[in-house]
Design a protein. Sequence first.
Length: 179
Amino acid sequence: MTDDRFAIRRGRTGDARVILALLDGAMEWLVSLGRTDQWGSNPASAEPARVARAQEWERDEGLYIATLDGEPVGALVVGEAMPYVPPATVPELYVRFLASDRTRKGSRIGARLLEHAETLARRAGVERLRVDCFRGPDLALVNYYRAQGFTPTETFTVPRPEADDWPGQILVRELAPTV
């Protein structure tokens, strides 16, 4: 993919549908692999709580949308740490959400959005990026973030009344000071 076809823009009104479409695509892909333990099997767009969160992120200053030839192919939300993880011990930027179009797997969309998050963190003068993800039996997401330069730290569990508890992993990418 050439750089002139790929861009990252700020979020704007209407991007909740982009987030939901990306989530629906990711969930469809996970279901096709028999991996419903991460998010279940219902489309995000049919879940009121997920729709509300997408609408909240649409209004968030930390929303960025990746586009390819003008079409949305990824989303990133950065900001404060999620409420279910331990608070930061150093100044940081937290990756609250990251998703890319599963039909474009291998295009480095997620990696480029994480590079953008690092640029934002450096501009803000913070010492690290932090993210959490699903810690499933195969550690697929944990290993993805490791490949992106993150180091696993704490694990955690989010209780879910309607399903098994959700196992999570916190990862950090330390940012060396720029000279």
